[in-house]
Write a protein that binds this ligand. Structure first.
Ligand SMILES: NC(=O)c1ccc[n+]([C@@H]2O[C@H](COP(=O)([O-])OP(=O)(O)OC[C@H]3O[C@@H](n4cnc5c(N)ncnc54)[C@H](O)[C@@H]3O)[C@@H](O)[C@H]2O)c1
Length: 248
């Protein structure tokens, strides 16, 4: 008996990093996963590498494109025969030193990280079952811990966290759980692309490097798998910090 046998999961950001690891983890536990991302190539790789006994269907969509999100969620419900769990992982990061912070970067980061998450929640809630439905969101350690050159990103992840806690309260009457996950530093293309300004004080890095080191995406996926499962049936509206002790 697998924990996700017969469970239908809609997952965003599935073409890379934490999202791909989550697709693989949930498929390994038996889930029928509908994987969304803007990257067709990345999605194809995720699907090709997915283990059984579950399945991974894919759809290319930009999470900030409202009509595309509406169509993707409707198709996910059709394809899977419903949606039990929504996992929002799609996100972007860019270091933005305050002196050069642009409206374009702020808008882009908030659109993907917050608006994309909000749109998927709104649409998936048309299908999630009362009593057992689950929404996972991806916030970040940066939501509650100051990190240099990350004002825009951190603010967007703080917004995701606040959105998730209020959504949990709003949905409690329907007994739909909402769980924001806040990873620390994870080894993915997103972190590898991170460029700190030349001459950055090295002590800044101590703030984002955890006592347990950098996480493998699978170490975040396993917590997402727990939070989305019935093992976490009494867990809602509580942030799960998966940060290897960064906060200590
Ligand atoms: N890597 C870390 O250290 C870390 C730490 C805390 C939180 N997070 C969060 O975890 C999530 C996943 O990050 P990751 O490290 O796996 O990054 P990643 O870059 O490996 O994966 C992000 C995925 O989101 C997709 N995406 C981006 N914009 C999109 C859009 N507009 N529409 C559809 N898909 C889009 C990308 O194509 C990519 O597949 C993000 O929300 C990120 O902010 C990451």
């Amino acid at each position: 008996m697998n924990r996700y046998d017969g469970v239908k999961v809609l997952l965003t950001g599935a073409a890379s990093g934490i999202g791909r690891a989550t697709a693989h983890r949930l498929a390994a536990e038996g889930a029928a996963v509908y994987a969304v991302d803007r990257s067709a190539d990345g999605l194809a790789e995720t699907a090709a590498g997915a283990p059984g006994p579950g399945t991974v269907a894919t759809r290319v969509a930009d999470v900030t494109d409202e009509p595309a999100v509406i169509a993707a969620v409707a198709d996910a419900a059709d394809t899977l025969g419903g949606i039990d769990v929504l996992v929002n992982v799609a996100g972007v990061h860019k270091t933005t030193p305050i002196g050069t912070l642009s409206v374009a970067d702020l808008t882009w980061i908030f659109n993907v990280n917050l608006v994309g998450t909000a749109l998927f929640c709104r649409e998936a809630l048309k299908h999630l079952p009362d009593g057992t439905g689950v929404i996972i969101t991806t916030s970040s350690l940066s939501a509650t811990q100051g990190n240099p050159y990350m004002t825009a990103y951190s603010a967007s992840k703080g917004a995701v966290l606040a959105f998730s806690l209020s959504l949990a309260a709003e949905l409690s009457a329907r007994r739909i759980r909402v769980v924001p996950i806040s990873p620390g530093t994870v080894d993915t293309p997103l972190t590898r692309a991170d460029m700190f300004p030349k001459g950055t004080d090295l002590s800044y890095f101590a703030r984002i490097v955890a006592p347990f080191g950098v996480a493998d995406p699978a170490q975040i996926a396993s917590v997402i798998a727990f939070a989305g499962s019935s093992d976490a049936g009494y867990l809602t509206g509580a942030e799960l910090r998966v940060d290897g002790g960064s906060h200590l």
